[in-house]
Design a protein around this ligand. Structure first.
Ligand code: AMP
Length: 214
């Protein structure tokens, strides 16, 4: 089963994708994570993408689609894919159709996480992760039980994304509204769109997704 998780930055796509990987043995394909890894490794793609990402602009459709194509080539056809943060433009949505057809796959569900934008700014600007295991935390909603120590792995280093500041977040939301939201009607015509309340608790959102995926 292949699905797209759609929603503005901070809607919980990454968090839910992690949980679907655990519950359903699917694979998370996050172009944001792939690009951050490329930036860290200083690959040619990473060097090109870094400044664009820091401004909250979109990296080129060709670059992200090639990343997705390469991941699908590397993974077996038996494993379901969760597209997280891709597609983000009409052109990417078309490219994804072609890529899936090439790999003999098809899209089963597009799930939109509906959220309140002002609340998202607080969600995003407060978030940080363990530098070691990637566990997610939040200044207001989820601090580690012991200050400065990761609950999961005990590491003491944490990191924040450079594009998680208020100005960039607001811009990323504008980009979502103008570039990404318009791809939904095309999927609606195919009858594969589901809407889930992304402001509900993490557990409730996961339960709603589990219901869709059964
Ligand atoms: P994300 O982790 O999904 O919020 O992505 C972080 C940043 O990576 C975005 O603000 C874009 O600059 C870039 N990015 C991630 N996915 C895409 C995509 N599908 N198309 C274009 N740019 C992307």
């Amino acid at each position: 089963m292949d699905i797209i998780l759609l929603g503005p930055p901070g809607a919980g796509k990454g968090t839910q994708a992690h949980r679907l990987v655990e519950h359903h043995g699917m694979r998370q394909l996050s172009t944001g994570d792939m690009l951050r890894a490329a930036v860290k490794a200083r690959t040619p793609v990473g060097i090109k993408a870094q400044a664009i990402m820091e401004k909250g602009e979109l990296v080129s459709d060709d670059i992200v689609s090639e990343l997705i194509d390469a991941e699908l080539t590397a993974m077996g056809s038996a494993t379901g894919a969760i597209f997280d943060g891709y597609p983000r433009t009409a052109a990417q949505a078309e490219m994804l159709d072609d890529i899936l057809a090439k790999h003999g796959r098809k899209l089963d569900h597009v799930i939109e996480l509906k959220v309140d934008e002002d609340a998202l700014v607080e969600r995003i600007t407060g978030r940080f992760t363990c530098a070691e295991c990637g566990e997610g935390y939040h200044d207001t909603f989820k601090l580690p039980a012991k200050e400065g120590v990761c609950d999961v792995c005990g590491a003491t280093e944490f990191k924040r994304r450079p594009d998680d500041n208020e100005e960039t977040v607001r811009h990323r939301m504008d980009v979502y509204r103008s570039e990404t939201a318009p791809i939904l009607p095309g999927y609606e015509k195919r009858g594969i769109v589901h809407r889930v309340d992304g402001m509900a608790s993490i557990e409730d959102v996961t339960a709603a997704l589990d219901d869709i995926l059964v």
